[in-house]
Design a protein around this ligand. Structure first.
Ligand SMILES: Nc1ncnc2c1ncn2[C@@H]1O[C@H](COP(=O)(O)OP(=O)(O)OP(=O)(O)O)[C@@H](O)[C@H]1O
Ligand SMILES: [Mg+2]
Length: 204
């Protein structure tokens, strides 16, 4: 039995959390042993770093390095052991978020991100990544109704346009790994696509 590594991606308010718990339940219904986790966070140290990342003012470099510091601990303590034990790991955000937010959003140089990714991941990449794609204005409206904004969510529409573009470029560059979901569609319609993809993942 080999585990699979699945990530949920997209700008703030695009719909990741709306689907991720349901998705994990669907896997469990099939008898799959699943660990649900998130980034930044997922381990004790990484959750502490998350607090800093979401609340404290800092420069782009510190932000990028802290993201990878958190990811390194998360990979070492949770993700790799779980996959090695044959479990599936479903993660709300992963390194595509770093490419999109710190890279496209904040302007961190691609070669630096690539270097950190190679160092921290080794060869590990998600088997499947779902990109929830939604216009920033709509995403902002949706999340405004839910809770107070964190440091990223305070960014303007132009920032989220860049992040969205960054995500789309990632998806275009790796169509085998990505499934792009139109966040404007109704929740049940999105779930039909996710369910079909679970079947495909289970058969590959
Ligand atoms: N397909 C949809 N149609 C209408 N509303 C939706 C849809 N998907 C999610 N929502 C609503 O949009 C809001 C934001 O969704 P959600 O919290 O899942 O976003 P998220 O991608 O997890 O954001 P964040 O990155 O900030 O955690 C929620 O109130 C949710 O109910
Ligand atoms: Mg969420």
């Amino acid at each position: 039995m080999t585990g699979r590594f699945v990530t949920f991606e997209g700008i703030d308010g695009a719909g990741k959390s709306t689907h991720v718990d349901w998705y994990v339940e669907r896997l469990r219904a099939r008898g799959i042993d699943v660990v649900l986790t998130r980034e930044p966070g997922g381990s004790e140290l990484a959750e502490t770093l998350r607090e800093l990342l979401l609340r404290r003012k800092m420069g782009m470099q510190a932000e990028l390095l802290l993201m990878f510091a958190a990811r390194s601990d998360h990979l070492e303590r949770l993700i790799r052991p779980a996959l090695a034990a044959g479990q599936w790991v479903v993660c709300d955000r992963f390194t595509d978020s770093t490419w999109a937010y710190q890279g496209s959003g904040r302007g961190a140089p691609a070669e630096r991100i690539a270097w950190l990714e190679a160092w921290v991941h080794d060869d590990l990449q998600p088997d499947r990544s779902y990109l929830f794609d939604l216009a920033p204005e709509l995403a902002a409206q949706r999340r405004a109704s839910v809770r107070a904004p964190d440091r990223f969510e305070c960014e303007d529409v132009a920032f989220f346009e860049r992040v969205r573009r960054g995500y789309r470029e990632r998806a275009q560059a790796d169509p085998e790994r990505f499934v792009v979901l139109d966040g404007e569609r109704a929740v049940p319609e999105i779930r039909v696509i996710l369910e079909e993809d679970i079947v495909e993942l289970c058969n590959t």
